[in-house]
Write a protein that binds this ligand. Structure first.
Ligand code: HEC
Ligand code: HEC
Length: 274
């Protein structure tokens, strides 16, 4: 259809002209609707958004902000700034199922993690690259194979010095002030990597232990000690774990038991003698 015929036809019919304008508006509307997301975005996302960033935006940004800068509403921190938390902190929080946090809680709890190892690594690396927090450990930093009994015993000593005040000296966990608690470290499925990450990133009320306070060797021996405690058979462990009380009770029962037995024996002798 040539321009002239079009003009002639539209001139001929006002109705058709209205229809044409309507159609044009619909087309324009369609175009602007398609174009809208990129046009109206204040800070346009790079065309290539990595998996880590995508997962972060979907699962974490509502509380931590689009750039992990944190979200505060009316003075209440919905989620802290985690730009310098480090890949290790993200990995710990996600693999222990603490993050994404389920709504507002006083203390995020260990739950079942629903992300794959690759997804966690992607988010951890994305957040890690935003700041200068501790990076992901290599497996040699938390792998405990080949540690000697002596090194494991040293891990026990280091645990009692540095960790037992909060986690109990048998790793059974304990209450802290303000209704918070240090979770048990045995029988809950805590992984070696999570122990390393917790030590280096200090989640919530736990202090950060820097490599000058606890070297990587120290951290490994603590990890080895904890897995040793974890794999110990329950009966023997609780006797050793509860220590003086059980041992005292055992001594008391055995001691009194033999005294009673001795008394009965004397009594029976006496009866026969009479
Ligand atoms: C419902 C809100 C909410 C969501 C969703 C959420 N977080 Fe959090 N996050 C918090 C709060 C509150 C804290 C601080 C309290 C705490 O550590 O238990 C926190 C703490 C953290 C920390 C610890 C910072 C530190 O100092 O060690 C990291 C890391 C973290 N979040 C990562 C994530 C990641 C990654 C996601 C998404 C997979 C996520 N969060 C989703 C609320 C949230
Ligand atoms: C001042 C108290 C305190 C000390 C000391 C402390 N922790 Fe913790 N720890 C905590 C708290 C509180 C949490 C829970 C953090 C949370 O809920 O986000 C925790 C969490 C952990 C976790 C995560 C457990 C889980 O269920 O996911 C590990 C592992 C851990 N600590 C290991 C250690 C080790 C090893 C040491 C010693 C080197 C240590 N902690 C020293 C308070 C402490």
């Amino acid at each position: 259809m040539s321009e002239r015929t079009l003009r002639r036809r539209t001139r001929r019919s006002p109705l058709r002209r209205a229809a044409l304008i309507g159609a044009a508006l619909v087309v324009m509307g369609g175009i602007s609707a398609v174009a809208a997301p990129t046009v109206s975005n204040a800070s346009p996302l790079p065309t290539e958004v990595g998996t880590g960033q995508q997962l972060f935006i979907k699962n974490c940004s509502s509380c931590h902000g689009l750039n992990a800068q944190g979200v505060t509403v009316n003075g209440t921190v919905i989620g802290p700034n985690i730009q310098n938390a480090g890949a290790a902190a993200v990995s710990f929080q996600m693999s222990s199922g603490r993050m994404p946090m389920a709504g507002q809680q006083q203390q995020s709890r260990r739950t079942t993690n629903t992300f794959s190892a690759d997804e966690i690594k992607a988010v951890a690396e994305y957040v890690g690259a935003l700041g200068n927090g501790p990076g992901l450990p290599t497996s040699s930093q938390y792998d405990t194979t080949g540690l000697t009994a002596e090194e494991i015993a040293k891990g026990g000593e280091l645990f009692r010095t540095n960790c037992s005040a909060c986690h109990n000296y048998a790793g059974k966990g304990g209450a802290l002030s303000n209704g918070n608690y240090a979770p048990p470290l045995t029988g809950t499925g805590v992984t070696n990597q999570e122990i390393w990450e917790a030590v280096r990133t200090g989640p919530q009320n736990m202090p950060v232990f820097s490599p000058t306070q606890l070297s990587d060797e120290d951290a490994r021996s603590i990890i080895a000690y904890l897995s040793d405690v974890n794999s110990a058979p329950d009966s023997g462990y609780s006797l050793g774990g509860v220590g003086p009380v059980t041992e005292g009770a055992a001594a008391w029962i055995v001691g009194i038991g033999s005294l009673v037995g001795f008394a009965l024996w004397i009594a029976s002798r006496g009866a026969r003698a009479r």
